[in-house]
Design a protein around this ligand. Structure first.
Ligand SMILES: O=C(O)CCC(=O)C(=O)O
Length: 310
């Protein structure tokens, strides 16, 4: 099996140039490798969904994952948070193992294409298993005018550019006052700074200022990181909040220092999920072969192995 680029880069940094010819040979015609093309065509946000995301800064898409997919991901999050020793290397963090279905899901791909565009990368992930009484320690954050490219929400030529975008995968049902993420609607593009009186963390994080949602297990919640939001204390005694929180960004941008994904997880991913881990650059002026059109791609080799960002 050819080494994945990750291993290859690690070797190069250690001064081991064996394999260099192999990488070069991947670029030759007739090498049997092809460029992976991400397919965004099977899901599009409706006009209503686009309108609501633009208006409010968040969007709930209920019931995206099947019961079986949701149960398998819930079990993985349980093991990550309670029994990490019982996970195989390829599933020890999201998005390996059961959670790989997320990055292959048409609704995920279609929504990201609409909210960020076709040049997306995964910037960060973390999981929560919140029993009653547990919540995110941060109060309401973000919102208001932001020229920083990570948070500057804008629309041009009818295209949304949401910059750093969170996607929550809710793996248990969420009731409206249970403690799902809450949002100050419209604050992703408000013209004034969020007043301290609004940003204050308080026991009741809901109406009249903040919007909450309800959804069945297996739903998606997208929000611009510049929508003022908070993770309130979980109130439901019947089940915990179990969720995966991904952050996505443009391929040229990185906000989080660590994406929290283990290298062995990345190495075990199929081409579609591996694509989200391309290096952080959109364009290659040295792509003299022209095979990649200058772009940052994933190559699939004849034996099924992958090279990202060749
Ligand atoms: O825990 C939550 O529901 C919200 C997380 C959050 O604040 C964030 O992702 O920035």
């Amino acid at each position: 099996m050819k080494p994945y680029t990750f291993c290859f880069l690690r070797k190069l940094m250690e001064g081991d140039t064996a394999g260099m010819e192999e990488l070069e040979s991947n670029k030759q015609e007739g090498s049997g490798s092809s460029v992976f093309e991400m397919d965004f065509s099977s899901f599009k946000l409706s006009d209503e969904q686009k309108f609501l995301f633009d208006l409010k800064g968040y969007l709930v898409i209920p019931g995206v994952f099947s019961e079986a997919e949701t149960a398998a991901m819930r079990e993985q999050v349980y093991k990550i948070t309670h029994e990490p020793g019982n996970l195989a290397p390829h599933e020890k963090t999201v998005p390996g193992g059961a959670s790989e279905v997320v990055l292959r899901n048409p609704a995920v791909k279609g929504a990201l294409n609409t909210l960020i565009g076709p040049d997306v990368r995964l910037d960060n992930q973390f999981v929560v298993w919140r029993e009653k009484g547990m919540g995110d320690s941060q109060g309401p954050h973000q919102g208001g005018p932001e020229r920083n490219p990570h948070f500057h929400y804008h629309v041009s030529d009818s295209q949304i550019y949401s910059a750093l975008t969170r996607m929550v995968v809710e793996l248990n049902p969420v009731g409206r006052r249970d403690g799902g993420t809450v949002f100050l609607p419209g604050s992703h593009k408000s013209n004034f700074r969020i007043p301290a009186s609004v940003r204050t963390k308080r026991d009741d994080m809901y109406e009249p200022l903040f919007d909450a949602y309800e959804c069945p297990a297996g739903s998606l919640v997208f929000f611009s990181e510049n929508t003022c939001h908070a993770g309130p204390v979980w109130n439901n005694p019947d089940h915990p909040r179990v969720a995966i929180l991904f952050a996505f960004n443009h391929i040229g941008c990185r906000w989080h220092r660590h994406h929290n994904v283990a290298p062995e997880v990345i190495e075990g991913l199929g081409p579609e999920a591996r694509w989200y881990f391309r290096d952080i650059w959109p364009w290659d002026n040295n792509d003299k072969s022209g095979r990649f059109g200058g772009r940052n791609v994933v190559q699939v080799h004849a034996d099924g192995s992958l090279t990202a960002s060749p």
